[in-house]
Write a protein that binds this ligand. Sequence first.
Ligand code: 4FN
Length: 249
Amino acid sequence: MNFLFITLFPEQIEQAANHSIIKRGMEAGLITVSCINPRDFATDKHKTVDDTPFGGGAGMVLKPEPMVCAIKAAKEKLPNGRVIAMCPGGRTLKQSVVGEYVDSKQDLIFVCGHYEGFDERIFAYVDEKLSIGDYVLTGGELPALVVMDAVARFIPGVLGKLVSAEDDSFSTGLLEYPQYTRPVEFEGMVVPEVLRNGNHAHIERYRRKEALRATYLRRPDLLGELTKNDAKLLEEIKAELAAKNEDNL
Ligand code: 4FN
């Protein structure tokens, strides 16, 4: 799979790509990471890529010509590429969106903004707008890198032999159950008995229940349709919470 970043700051992408799992995927020939700099398509002697906004106001807007030239060059390099403009108004990145990108088998072309953002007319050359969440940032590079990280781990071989993204512990759609390693006792806090002495079935049940508990308490919005078994575990959790509240009275 090929990832191409349209960015005024290619060093930021290259630096990030030279670390972690992305580097391994590149070395294994499973992914490529490249950049196109819109500044290379600026035609004046100062290589101008931004200008003041029509109508007035603070800051600068990215001019459409160099951005669109860069997008066209990216599409020539990756004809099967999906052009994704990183912007706060896009649909929000979720694991389901990551799955869509993986399943599409398309290369990904990220358009990264700076200053006050893009001239509206570049969106005619974009397949979709995507956001990673609601906070003010200085550029679209970090969001685009987040998307690449989330997508790359699904490419067979990128994570290595031992773990595959599809059957790892994050693929349940729930928050993670609590995990422990040695020592059995740390500062008076003890690893739950079931994880030390329980059988496989008991451990599986404990982990499912604790994943449901964490999700119910902290991110109930992530709980979708429950299986019969999960519904039973959740009833137990609610009963336990109710009993605890009575104790507090
Ligand atoms: N951000 C908001 C409202 C208005 C502007 C911003 C903002 C970088 C070029 C866009 C931000 C967040 C998630 C890209 C934010 C993202 C960006 C992203 C982003 C410079 C213009 C800008 C209401 C969300 C707080 C700056 C809200 N995912 N403008 O951050 O590119 O992809």
